[in-house]
Design a protein around this ligand. Structure first.
Ligand code: GLA
Length: 732
């Protein structure tokens, strides 16, 4: 079992493939952190405990009985507010008997077992008893009655450790949890580390930012109700010299779709603390005696092979141990979405016409986007009224679905379930179903309000609408959208003492509905979406194997967005479409071949009126669809390598996929800004150095080591937005 316990020193060492994580129970009963990094062999490690400090300043807990032990300078495993640790802490609990915030957790017991327990009501990674082992540690606070269980699951074949925490009120008085983070990792020395995180906005999500650690705290987070376009629930530390291929990198990712906080703090001694979990602002959870609160799951990944190694571990973990159901392994259909082709302006003939053309080109599913329901000719009305608009779709939805099926295509449909338009029958009938604060008028975002997903009647109504629509003759896919951030977060069914729970209860309500849908329709393909990529997070991957990456469908903008997204998420999860030119968001014109090559990195589809294409373009579409089918195994189960960053000097971008047996590789290269007469040597990664590869497109033959060290020479770099896709296969 890759979890070791050294009885004498009470040290735990957790080995997740090529990495080790260690902490111990010190003689005062506190859990002190020892190490996180590349694999080490010793378990008796308590001598590594950090003991510096200045007793004239730092508080010493009474248990330390004269010895120097301060919670403020020690590296702690799950630090709490109120007993002298004045850095960011993982847990704050306000006691109702004293009104104070003071928690003091010491060790009670632990257990070790093979496998991974489920997390009721929340998304989480899963593993069998052969794949992972779990350590549970019980801590308690004898004064307040708080009982805390720390869960660690260690993957055997992946350098990943999952963490979560359960907080139980085992005392007699109510406890108000004001901060309950999922993960804390203290490092002895982060002076030579950088912080990496993903920031953005609507239509330009997940740019990579890398900055040196500084004294004090750097943090990213969301208070938007969704994980958001602006920050992603992901943060990494890496050594200054870490590259894509070398150096230490350590990622932290939260399996959560709501408000989150990810922070990295460097103290005066150069030590570091990473915290990750539900954002404490706007959060408060009331625990009556006997009640338990469970945090979402956090996932840390260690890599000694740079940021690329870290990303590939996340890709494997999330593709194989988070995504569930039929579409985890089954090839996903190539889709045509009508949004950028028609916006709200369509009828059944127009939709059928697009589908008919698509079917001739090898596209396999028609997705009917916004506007098919209620009174919905623009974004000012209709959300909530999930009944087909028969003025637009004469003869009803079933008739259209049957006609599309008649073309041999699947049918998918758009919903934005969590929202309601003030101008809708649903809102007129149930104004109390919207999130709201009594006495305040609701703010609008895209002319809509947010439904109160904590209410079971709202979940039931939505499930009923899904069931009705899905019963209309075989609907194979749902695109689940979400187009505004939260404001006025209050629920009319919850008492004042529990209003601080609404942000999180909203997520739990959403998960309950998603789980119900998943169980009732196991074959349904769900695509997540939130105004593009405003909820591109691991929680969504548990329900939806693919997520619309961004509302910016321009191929060149997508280089940045998909590159950044790949830091934590597998390309197979990234919804990526070929759209019209000039592009509707940035008005750029790019060759359709390049639009295809960029979209072929992810969950592939089209989003334009195919009838307007020339015959030559249609032939390319046919070819792209064939390529997607041919390369599916490679792009959906192979390893992904970032080769040239689009941010490097804004000149070009390249990536490759390599099959697990390293016999096949697919290189994609895109020119961003043309250069005169400068060939580009693209160095591949992940190949077998000794094998001889043949390039299918050119017939050239090179050994893996040549392709990885000398590079493959791309000569045509003098044309803006030119791209190449090259397929290498081992000869013989
Ligand atoms: C959001 C989505 C788009 C499209 C529109 C429809 O912006 O991200 O893809 O579905 O809503 O209103």
């Amino acid at each position: 079992m890759p979890i070791y316990y050294h009885e004498e020193t009470k040290t735990f060492r957790l080995d997740a493939k090529d990495s080790s994580y260690a902490f111990f129970v010190n003689r005062f009963g506190y859990l002190q952190h020892l190490y996180y990094g590349a694999h080490i062999s010793d378990t008796s490690l308590s001598e590594l405990a950090y003991t510096a400090g200045h007793s004239s300043i730092h508080a010493l807990p009474p248990a330390s009985t004269g010895a120097f032990f301060s919670l403020d300078v020690s590296r702690m495993e799950y630090p709490c507010f109120g007993r002298g640790d004045c850095r960011g802490t993982a847990l704050s609990i306000r006691r109702s008997d004293t009104g104070t915030v003071d928690t003091d957790l010491t060790y009670v017991s632990h257990k070790l077992y093979a496998g991974k327990p489920t997390l009721a009501g929340q998304p989480a990674t899963y593993a069998t008893a052969d794949e992972a082992d779990t350590l549970e540690i019980l801590l308690h606070d004898t004064v307040s009655g708080a009982e805390v269980t720390l869960f660690y699951t260690v993957f055997r074949n992946l350098a990943a450790i999952t963490r979560r925490v359960a907080i139980r009120n085992a005392g007699k008085n109510v406890l108000e949890v004001e901060r309950a983070l999922s993960l804390c990792v203290d490092f002895h020395d982060v002076t030579d580390m950088d912080v990496v995180h993903l920031y953005g906005e609507w239509a330009r999500e997940r740019s990579v930012e890398r900055v040196p650690m500084m004294h004090g705290t750097q943090s990213v987070g969301s208070l938007r109700g969704a994980s958001s376009h602006v920050h992603n629930p992901f943060l990494a530390l890496c050594s200054h010299h870490a590259t894509e291929t070398a150096g230490d990198a350590c990622g932290f990712s939260l399996v959560y779709c709501g408000n989150f906080l990810a922070s990295a703090e460097m103290d005066s001694d150069g030590g570091g603390r990473v915290l990750l979990g539900i954002h404490p602002d706007g959060f408060r959870w009331r625990l009556e005696p006997g009640e338990t609160f469970e945090t979402p799951e956090a996932v840390s990944v260690w890599s000694s092979e740079g940021l690329g190694g870290m990303s590939r571990t996340y890709h494997r973990l999330y593709a194989n141990h988070l995504v569930r159901g039929k579409w985890k392994t089954e090839r996903r259909p190539i889709l045509i979405n009508n949004w950028e082709a028609t916006y709200f302006n369509f009828d059944e003939e127009k939709i059928f016409g697009i589908a008919e053309e698509a079917s001739k080109l090898g596209i396999e599913m028609l997705v009917l986007d916004d506007g098919w329901f209620g009174k919905r000719d623009n974004d000012k009305s209709g959300l909530g009224d999930w009944f087909v608009n028969e003025q637009k779709l004469k003869g009803g939805l079933k008739k259209l679905v049957d006609r599309i099926h008649g073309l041999g295509m699947k049918f998918g449909i758009w919903f934005e379930p969590e929202m309601v338009s003030p101008d809708s029958d649903l809102y007129r009938a149930h104004p109390e179903w919207a999130l709201q604060v009594p006495g305040r008028e609701n703010s609008v975002g895209r002319n809509q309000y947010v439904l109160d997903m904590t209410r079971t009647e709202v979940q039931d109504y939505l499930f009923g609408r899904f069931a009705d629509v899905l019963s209309q003759g075989g609907i194979d896919y749902i695109k689940w959208d979400f187009n505004r951030n939260f404001s006025e977060v209050g629920s009319l069914t919850v008492g004042t003492e529990r209003q601080g729970e609404i942000f999180h209860r909203y997520c739990l309500g959403l998960y309950a509905l998603l789980e119900r849908l998943h169980n009732a329709y196991p074959d349904l393909l769900l695509e997540g979406c939130a105004g593009g990529g405003g909820r591109f997070d691991p929680a969504w991957l548990y329900y939806a194997p693919q997520i619309w990456t961004s509302d910016d469908s321009d191929a060149i903008e997508r280089l940045d967005i998909q590159y950044g997204t790949s830091f934590c998420y597998p390309p197979s999860a990234m919804g990526a479409h070929v759209s019209a030119c000039p592009n509707h968001q940035v008005h750029r014109t790019t060759p359709i071949a390049t639009r295809g090559n960029v979209a072929l990195m992810g969950a592939f589809g089209y989003e334009l009126d195919l009838r307007t294409l020339t015959d030559e373009e249609k032939e390319l579409v046919r070819q792209q669809c064939a390529d997607f089918r041919r390369d599916y195994a490679l792009t959906h189960t192979g390893d992904f390598y970032r080769l040239i960053s689009p941010w490097h000097d804004r000149t070009d971008c390249a990536w490759c996929f390599v099959s697990p047996d390293r016999r096949e590789a697919l290189l994609t290269y895109v020119v961003i800004r043309a250069k005169i007469s400068i060939p580009r040597y693209v160095r591949l990664q992940g190949l077998n150095p000794d094998a001889l590869y043949r390039c299918q497109e050119t017939g050239e033959e090179y050994h893996g080591d040549t392709l990885m060290h000398a590079g493959y020479c791309i000569r045509k770099t003098n044309s803006d937005f030119h791209s190449e896709k090259l397929h290498f296969e081992v000869v013989g």
